[in-house]
Design a protein. Structure first.
Length: 384
């Protein structure tokens, strides 16, 4: 069980964890707050909105990124026991606990994922749950992004919560929106790993730079822009297969071509102001709310719409006109509307935590992702 774990713990005083809205891990070490996040910058100016962590002037290798973001910890699976009231009382009184008594109370079909450096439980999982270490989950990023040269390419990395989830973002070659240098869209390879039993390891090609204000985010859930490895018994072999596939099949190049075609097609979609409002509303509202909006003659001021829906749509339309990246897009084109929806969820909509925002935007099951995909699908129908 947990008390039987061997190995060195970090030689630090008792640490107090501080979790804020961004959900980046922040620990107080010897009276100093240290954030588990690192990012690279060109001029030493922090770009992440939460203003936490270590700033590096050059891109990092995976090894350096894991070290600088404090993601270089190990996680193991440990037995758990359902303690009786008598044992709990004995523990509280500082009494000796017979090991044989504890053995009888071990839960056979559950185990704990246990962070070794801080002796903390991260989640409760089944015995068949497969742990993917951060080193294994992210280790091949350098190779993929630099065509085997192994040079530094990591843009940022961090730890969420108490270590339940980690992420690494590597920068790839940009894509041009209109063919001009001023319209280059930076592309990223985002990897996330988890230890809480609630989500899979995910690798995703995206224009989204995690933990920063972003521009375009196209869901494209049905293409090869996303790879998911679930935490099963043979998960580490699957990670190796993903790495090999990315190297040999040049998956990023394939996604880049498809993404470029999508950008070109969406840029050709042009609608009126009212039609744009209706399209955004259909992608954003629930089916029931959209029916109310439709029956009201597509009037956002209708008394039949809830105040919450009106406020959300007003914020979405305001973002469409003044949000990040909107000024250099032609209003009421497909790219303008998709970017507006993405920008709303990444920068405007209130989020209880960055962890939830991360899942909402990047997970194929997230609410934001579904809305963006819904909007994208509507617009693509107009391309034909």
């Amino acid at each position: 069980m947990h008390s039987e774990i061997k190995g060195k713990s970090r030689d630090k005083k008792q640490l107090k964890i501080k979790i804020m809205a961004h959900n980046i891990e922040v620990r107080k070490v010897n009276g100093v707050e240290i954030a588990s996040f690192a990012e690279s910058t060109e001029n030493g100016t922090q770009r992440a909105w939460h203003s936490l962590g270590q700033i590096k002037r050059e891109r990092m290798t995976v090894v350096d990124a894991l070290k600088e973001s404090h993601s270089d910890y190990t996680v193991t699976k440990q037995p758990i026991a359902a303690l009786s009231n008598e044992i709990v009382e004995a523990i509280n009184n500082g009494q000796f606990i017979n090991a044989a008594m504890l053995k009888e109370l071990i839960v056979s079909d559950k185990q704990a994922t246990f962070r070794s450096d801080y002796n903390e439980t991260l989640g409760i999982v089944s015995p068949s749950y497969g742990i993917i270490s951060n080193e294994d989950a992210f280790g091949f990023i350098d190779d993929i992004c630099t065509a085997g040269k192994g040079t530094a390419c990591v843009d940022c990395a961090g730890v969420l919560g108490n270590g339940e989830k980690t992420f690494v973002t590597a920068k790839l070659d940009p894509i041009s929106l209109k063919g001009g240098h001023e319209d280059l869209i930076d592309m990223y390879l985002v990897f996330s790993n988890s230890f809480d039993g609630k989500s899979a390891m995910t690798a995703m090609v995206t224009p989204v730079r995690v933990v920063c204000q972003n521009t375009l985010n196209y869901a494209l859930t049905n293409n090869i822009s996303r790879w998911v490895v679930r935490h099963t018994v043979n998960c580490n072999q699957k990670v190796a297969n993903v790495a090999e596939a990315a190297r040999t099949l040049k998956l990023f190049d394939a996604f880049k071509d498809e993404f470029q075609q999508s950008l070109d097609a969406l840029a050709k979609v042009r609608v009126t102001e009212k039609e744009g409002e209706i399209i955004l509303a259909k992608a954003f509202m629930s089916p029931d709310n959209f029916k109310v909006y439709s029956r009201a003659g597509y009037d956002l001021n209708s008394q039949d719409l809830s105040t919450r829906t009106k406020n959300q749509m007003t914020a979405l339309l305001e973002t469409a006109h003044n949000g990040v990246g909107q000024s250099w897009l032609e209003p009421y084109t497909g790219t303008w509307m998709v970017n507006a929806m993405s920008c709303y969820h990444e920068n405007t909509a209130p989020n209880k935590s960055f962890d939830k925002q991360f899942e909402s935007v990047l997970s194929d099951k997230g609410a934001a992702n579904k809305r963006i995909q819904n909007l994208y699908d509507q617009l693509m129908l107009k391309v034909a």
